[in-house]
Ligand binder design. Structure first.
Ligand code: MG
Length: 316
């Protein structure tokens, strides 16, 4: 028995395969104290693609002063084979970012909307009305340029200032993103406050409002240890795309205790145990997590990586 793979017990009613949307090279790195050079960011992406990941966020075209960790995203894109069949989306918060992404040859971009007023002002720098119009304009413009566009919704499951968020608000924003041409809507549990029943209610509201389940992805944060439980609830509802980050890198400046994104290798472990195909090698993902931990100079928060590393030490 290979101890680095879980035993497989499939369950009826769950998808037979899902996509893992890897965010470490963008969402993960943008919040780190240590800024990694372009060559290291490219090596991370190369290790992720070698592990079998086929959607790897590569960076963002934002102000270098505001987010120095994402400076030189153009050079990152230039170092990638954009014809390889692997998608390398970049975040484009405004028209200038979109123009830069187009100049760098990007094929996939992502835009952000906040479903709350407070987060819109704090993170996107303007009222919700203005930032929503801006995000939708960028999405429409990107579609006109034949790009694939992913729409992120922030604060879907609660906001640190405003508290609870009405699922109907989420459905309205998701509809706006779809109408603007987004092919996928990623529901962001930005501060990690979702629980499985909450996820189910939000998904039920979206599907009842006519949002197709296969247009929905879930972006979980493990702040309160609920990320995998939330993924399981979404799997039962038929969601087939999940955002994750090797080693769980990432975080939210508004949740200081956050351990960050759901770790890719933890997600892969559960999916493998459920017999759900991903095409991604768990051990390669865990090895990439350890490698990234060394580059960032700190331990990363993944139970699976810790267990696999401990097993290896015992075996050697
Ligand atoms: Mg995140």
């Amino acid at each position: 028995m290979n101890r680095s793979l879980p035993q497989e017990y499939s369950q009826s009613g769950l998808p037979s395969s899902v996509s893992v949307y890897e965010v470490s090279a963008r969402d993960g790195l943008q919040s780190q104290d240590r800024t990694l050079p372009v060559a290291t960011r490219l090596e991370l992406i190369s290790r992720l693609s070698a592990a079998g990941l086929t959607s790897i966020e590569a960076g963002s075209f934002v102000s270098e002063r505001a987010v120095p960790q994402m400076a030189d995203t153009r050079e990152v894109l230039e170092g990638l084979d954009l014809d390889s069949g692997i998608a390398y989306p970049v975040l484009t918060p405004n028209q200038r970012g979109l123009d830069e992404a187009l100049n760098a040859g990007a094929r996939d971009v992502a835009v952000f909307l906040s479903v709350t007023e407070a987060f819109s002002r704090a993170n996107l720098g303007d009222t919700r009305e203005i930032t929503t119009e801006r995000g939708l304009d960028v999405a429409r413009s990107a579609v006109t340029s034949d790009l694939r566009v992913r729409g992120y919704l922030s604060m879907v499951f609660g906001d640190p200032w405003e508290g609870p968020v009405a699922p109907e608000e989420v459905a309205t924003a998701a509809r706006q993103l779809l109408d603007a041409g987004c092919s996928r809507i990623s529901l962001g549990d930005t501060i990690g406050t979702a629980t499985p029943g909450h996820v189910t209610v939000v998904l039920d509201t979206l599907v009842s409002a006519g949002i197709p389940i296969d247009a929905i992805a879930l972006h979980t944060h493990n702040t309160y240890g609920q990320a995998l439980a939330n993924v399981y609830a979404a799997l039962r509802f038929g969601v087939t795309e999940f955002d994750a980050s090797v080693g769980g890198v990432g975080g939210c400046p508004f949740a200081r205790t956050a351990t960050g994104n759901l770790a890719t290798e933890d997600l892969l472990w559960m999916l493998a145990g459920l017999g759900i195909a991903t095409g991604v090698d768990i051990e390669a993902a865990a090895a990439t997590s350890q490698w990234l931990s060394d580059r960032l100079g700190r331990p990363l928060a993944s139970a699976t990586s810790s267990a696999i590393t401990a097993e290896r030490k015992q075996a050697s």
